[in-house]
Design a protein around this ligand. Structure first.
Ligand SMILES: [Zn+2]
Length: 719
């Protein structure tokens, strides 16, 4: 049986025609089939149209996803719900001819292939009515993918196709992490398959709706390629090659300086000598370090000499390419000298890498080796009672495999913990994309750990927090100021006072701004900064030690958790939850508790990490925030959905910049598993670095502001 998934967004006009053609094509070939339309809550009512069609056709099912708009996770959601042993995907906008489905099916059955792709780039395929510019873009995108992911894509001509069939086991246990429009790339990189076939077809230009390509899509695409390269290990070889190249430059310059300055050699003699040494250096290091498998496969001196000769040729031709390219760029494109030289070097480096791996060392990234490693690392599926905290879903993808097992210790749950890379498994909910860690430690045990936390490093680094919190208070003022301006605009007075128009000046008002509760107030640094601005502050903190410190500073702090505290409902104008929500065992319940504490119109401000940010995707499992104490990993989408489910209105979600000392940053860097830890640790001891504060923003942390509606009821039912 074939399960065909149709991801849709605003396709109400195309859908009936598409489904009619799909039904005609598949009925004719006699294959049992079902179609699953996965709609990302289109405003044009695609879901309703699909549902009314489903009432008439037994083979049609509809899934509507809220709060999400991503084609490839929609496809995954469809596959997870599929009943067929063959899975397929086709665009909802009639760019893919459904009449090709029987051909794809036949090819899959006859050749025993695992994946069959409808391809624009094999003989007989093509694109209709594309401008030269669009063809060029498409060609460049494919070329780039081939360069970044040589191992993944060497066997496929159209890895960007959105129309293909595959056998269920290809994706069943694969850690797919697709983004945007390129789900096939992800399948080719991480799927479990051996044979891949392509069938030509002519891509039909969309005739309704706008084109979906844009700058943001291109950026996402590049990021996706890079993160796949990191995940599959293809990036590792490029990095090693680049490191060897850098060492060659150092040898070249160093020997040149030594010969001319110390030995007094004429530059005309010193330059060739230095270059020769650098070339030998690069060859030996690459032979041992970048391409070790070739040396193991063909040992012996004769083979090594052969490789060296081929290496010399490649480098020589690369050097010849370098100069003419740079001068052509300067003359034809009027590029500045530095840019032209850099482009020349870049082109030569790319040439050298591709040719050296293919010709000199004759290796490429080996998919089979990679697959074996992956299978060896396979983790057991999440416990059957795992339920998504946000949507109640029960189907998950393992994004990253961690090391499960080690016991909980209080210091793992300390605010400034350095235990990076220690997590169990990172899962993503198939239906709502919420990311979390599972299995997590028992909640009681974690809470007990938080009660016992002591954290002297935090006290030492307080100055950085002071500055971060001052910025956050500015932001709260700005959010409140904008709300005031809006409220006034809606009211009868059309004249705005200057104070209301510029929220910054409101900062100086001496009167009380109202009651503020800081959840997880720790040692009271934020309470202190907020009180200086006129807030009436109180705090809540599970750690006995931290609550004590805050109490000694003269703040009213309740020791304990939200569930235990005896705070009256609807009693706060603002509740702040800084870097806390990711620690909760049940974030949805906790946010609902916070919502109950807010007065109508009150503001919830919170900060957390963004797991869908570019930085997080690029670092993959090495993202420093993946650690034992962080149970949930939100994105602007999932965080917004959580706040809305608690009955709050999301006002704003924005990137968060924190300010830390250079010493703290170096200590964090040293805690990352890398070869440079010792160096970072040494540098962190420099005394002045503790006083040097720098803003840090990798775009991977967010602030969210949400308001309790004026006319809301005091409690919201979970459901
Ligand atoms: Zn979910």
């Amino acid at each position: 049986m074939l399960t065909l998934v149709v991801p849709t967004y605003n396709e109400r006009n195309n859908l009936p025609a598409l489904l009619e053609r799909v039904e005609a094509a598949l009925t004719a070939c006699g294959e049992p089939f079902e179609v699953i339309v996965v709609d990302d809550d289109s405003p044009d009512g695609t879901s309703e149209v699909a549902r009314s069609l489903a009432a008439r056709h037994g083979w049609l099912r509809v899934l509507t996803r809220k709060h999400q708009r991503d084609l490839s996770t929609a496809v995954l959601a469809g596959w997870f719900a599929a009943r067929g042993e063959i899975l397929g995907v086709i665009d909802g906008d009639l760019q893919h001819p459904p009449e090709l489905l029987p051909v794809l099916l036949r090819r899959l059955r006859e050749t025993g292939a695992d994946i069959v792709i409808a391809s624009r780039h094999v003989k007989g395929g093509g694109v209709s009515k594309w401008s030269l510019f669009r063809r060029l873009i498409s060609w460049a995108a494919t070329l780039m993918a081939g360069f970044i992911l040589p191992g993944t894509l060497s066997r496929v001509r159209d890895p960007m196709s959105g129309f293909f069939l595959l056998r269920r086991p290809v994706v069943e246990n694969s850690p797919l992490r697709p983004v945007g429009y390129k789900i096939l790339l992800e399948v080719l990189a991480k799927g479990d398959y051996h044979r891949c076939e392509e069938v030509p077809y002519i891509f039909q230009e969309r005739f309704r709706g706008g084109s979906k390509m844009g700058l943001r899509t291109s950026w996402q695409y590049l990021l996706h390629l890079a993160s796949i390269a990191v995940d599959t290990g293809e990036a590792r070889r490029v990095f090693r090659y680049a490191a060897v190249g850098a060492s060659g430059a150092v040898v070249n310059l160093g020997v040149f300086a030594l010969l001319t300055r110390a030995a007094g050699a004429p530059p005309a003699l010193a330059l060739p000598a230095a270059t020769a040494l650098a070339i030998i250096n690069n060859f030996l290091l690459n032979d041992r370090f970048t391409f070790p498998e070739t040396r193991r496969r063909t040992p012996g001196r004769a083979a090594a000499v052969g490789r060296f000769v081929r290496f010399l040729w490649v480098v020589l031709i690369g050097a010849c390419l370098n100069m003419p390219l740079a001068s052509a760029l300067m003359r034809l494109a009027r590029a500045p000298l530095e840019l032209a030289v850099l482009a020349g070097i870049g082109a030569a480096a790319a040439w050298n890498f591709v040719l050296n791996s293919r010709v000199t060392w004759k290796v490429w990234w080996d998919r089979d080796v990679h697959l074996r490693r992956w299978r060896a690392e396979a983790v057991p599926p999440p416990p059957p009672d795992t339920v998504c905290n946000l949507c109640g879903g029960r189907q998950f993808i393992v994004l990253y495999r961690g090391r499960a097992g080690a016991a909980s210790r209080p210091d793992l749950f300390c605010c400034t913990s350095f235990d990076h890379g220690d997590f169990t498994n990172i899962l993503r909910c198939v239906s709502c994309s919420l990311v979390f860690q599972a299995p997590a430690d028992a909640i009681r045990q974690i809470e007990e750990c938080y009660r016992r936390v002591q954290d002297p490093v935090y006290l030492r680094e307080e100055q950085g927090r002071v500055r971060t919190f001052d910025r956050l208070l500015d932001e709260i003022d700005a959010v409140q100021g904008r709300a005031e301006v809006q409220g006034r605009g809606r009211g009868d007075s059309k004249v705005q006072s200057p104070a209301a128009a510029t929220p910054r000046s409101a900062v100086r008002t001496p009167h009380s701004r109202g009651c503020l509760l800081d959840v997880g107030c720790y040692t009271g640094v934020f309470l202190d900064r907020a009180r200086r601005r006129g807030w009436q502050v109180s705090g809540l903190e599970p750690s006995r030690w931290a609550a004590d410190v805050a109490g000694r500073r003269g703040f009213s702090v309740q020791e304990g958790l939200l569930a235990e505290c005896a705070l009256p409902p609807a009693s706060f104008d603002a509740v702040t939850v800084w870097d806390v929500i990711e620690h909760f065992g049940d974030p949805r319940a906790e946010v609902e508790r916070v919502a109950r504490l807010l007065k109508p119109g009150g503001l919830l401000a919170l900060s957390t990490m963004d797991v869908e940010s570019g930085f997080a995707r690029l670092l993959g499992p090495r993202w420093p925030w993946f650690m034992r104490m962080h149970l949930y990993y939100f994105s602007p989408d999932t965080l917004g959905a959580l706040l809305e489910k608690a009955g709050l209105e999301v006002v704003e979600v924005r990137r968060h910049r924190r300010i830390v000392s250079a010493r703290y940053l170096l200590e964090k860097a040293a805690a990352q598993p890398s070869g440079l830890s010792g160096l970072f640790r040494l540098a962190a001891r420099l005394p002045f670095l503790g006083r040097l504060h720098i803003p840090v923003n990798f775009g991977d942390t967010i602030n969210a502001y949400a308001r309790k509606p004026m006319a809301s009821v005091a409690t919201t039912e979970p459901g």
